[in-house]
Unconditional design. Structure first.
Ligand code: GLA
Length: 384
């Protein structure tokens, strides 16, 4: 974990100004994958890996952003702001600044330092953590105060329009709205949510396959298009169906044959995943860990077989966890095609589980994974 004191003095010596400090967490999704942009359900939790942002005003009308991770500084004019991203890490913070300016705020010059320990390209929402940390820092600077769900939408827009990654709302929403020791069932249609406590005896064990994941790359948008094509077929018969959230498995039985085979498979995943996610939240709320674990296993199979969103290594990581002592449920988490699995594990077994899984995975794949025993963290906030 990073040290806020070290970060503060880093910003001070670089920019000769006292920063206001903010933190925004990454997330793990317990269940509900590729359902957010179909206006369905997701159940993420924030994790104790986060981005720190330090901000201080400047008098020269410039925006200077320093990333401690990249050891690199970028300078922009506050007026006019660059209209488009440039495929650089600074697109994430600058996208947020651009969207806030588009909302009518005059953006003054400022210095921003960023430091993240959310593993990059691992499906743990390092992007959302940077966007949200930037958003709450700049919000403070311009004396704005958006309600959490509105700020989450603005950060999502930054990623959609400026970075050019067609993500849904889940990651930004949980980074802002998370509550410590809780998972959050989010209805991505109206952004209403329900918090579900994660019992003390349960640990979140995150196992990184070390296979890189990306939302901007080819597979995520392809899957999204395929599932939206299935939705269009159903909408041809039932005009009330705007998103797969509105569709049922019966619709697939009736009209599935009019769909391209891959589209039918993607839709079957999304529709069944919505049902599983709501059921999983109910199971967690009544403390039925066995049922939660069963639903997670089913979700992984659906993600891997119907959505084809997994990869060999993630399937192996899930398979190797199955008979280890303490496992409640395991599945690939996040946007897919690599990244991490989430394992709900009995707290007392968590460290033994992590060691055993690490040994097994290394032996089987020749890749040394990173395995973290985490807990559900609080959402983004200011650090004093
Ligand atoms: C990425 C996106 C999210 C969501 C997941 C898949 O994390 O940023 O919006 O679509 O993939 O569930």
């Amino acid at each position: 974990m990073h040290d806020a004191k070290v970060f503060r003095s880093m910003h001070k010596s670089r920019f000769q100004a006292e920063p206001a400090l903010f933190v925004a967490p990454g997330r793990v999704n317990l269940i509900g994958e590729h359902t957010d942009y179909a206006e369905g359900f997701v159940m993420p939790a924030a994790i104790n890996f986060a981005t720190l942002a330090g901000i201080s005003p400047r008098g020269d009308g410039k925006i200077v952003i320093y990333s401690e991770n990249y050891g690199e500084e970028r300078t922009f004019e506050a007026e006019p702001l660059p209209e488009k991203g440039s495929g650089h890490w600074s697109d994430y913070p600058m996208g947020v600044v651009h969207v806030l300016a588009g909302e009518g705020h005059r953006i003054p010059g400022f210095s921003l330092s960023i430091w993240s320990d959310v593993p990059l390209a691992s499906g743990l929402s390092s992007s959302a953590a940077i966007e949200v940390a930037t958003a709450i820092a700049v919000e403070k600077l311009i004396c704005a105060a958006y309600p959490g769900p509105v700020l989450a939408r603005l950060c999502q827009r930054a990623e959609n329009e400026y970075v050019g990654a067609n993500c849904g709302i889940m990651d930004q929403f949980i980074s802002i709205g998370a509550k410590e020791n809780h998972a959050l069932l989010l209805d991505c249609r109206d952004l209403s949510f329900k918090l579900a406590p994660i019992p003390d005896h349960v640990a979140l064990v995150i196992a990184n396959t070390m296979v890189k994941h990306s939302v901007a790359g080819g597979d995520y948008p392809t899957r999204r298009r395929e599932s939206e094509a299935a939705c269009a077929v159903i909408a041809g018969h039932r005009p009330g169906v705007k998103f797969l959230r509105d569709a049922t498995l019966e619709d697939l039985e009736k009209w599935g044959r009019e769909m391209a085979p891959k589209s039918l498979m993607r839709a079957r995943h999304v529709i069944s995943e919505n049902l599983r996610t709501v059921a999983a939240a109910e199971a967690l709320l009544r403390g039925d860990m066995k049922e939660l674990g069963r639903l997670m296993a089913e979700a992984h199979t659906s993600y891997s077989k119907d959505f084809e969103g997994s990869c060999v290594e993630a399937d192996i990581m899930v398979e190797l966890a199955a008979d280890l002592p303490g496992l409640i449920g395991a599945r690939l988490t996040g946007g897919g095609f690599g990244g991490c699995t989430i394992n709900l594990v009995e707290q007392k077994d968590a460290h033994g589980f992590a060691e055993a899984l690490c040994a097994r995975y290394t032996l089987r794949t020749g890749i040394a994974p990173q395995i973290h025993v985490c807990h559900a963290a609080a959402g983004a906030h200011r650090l004093e």
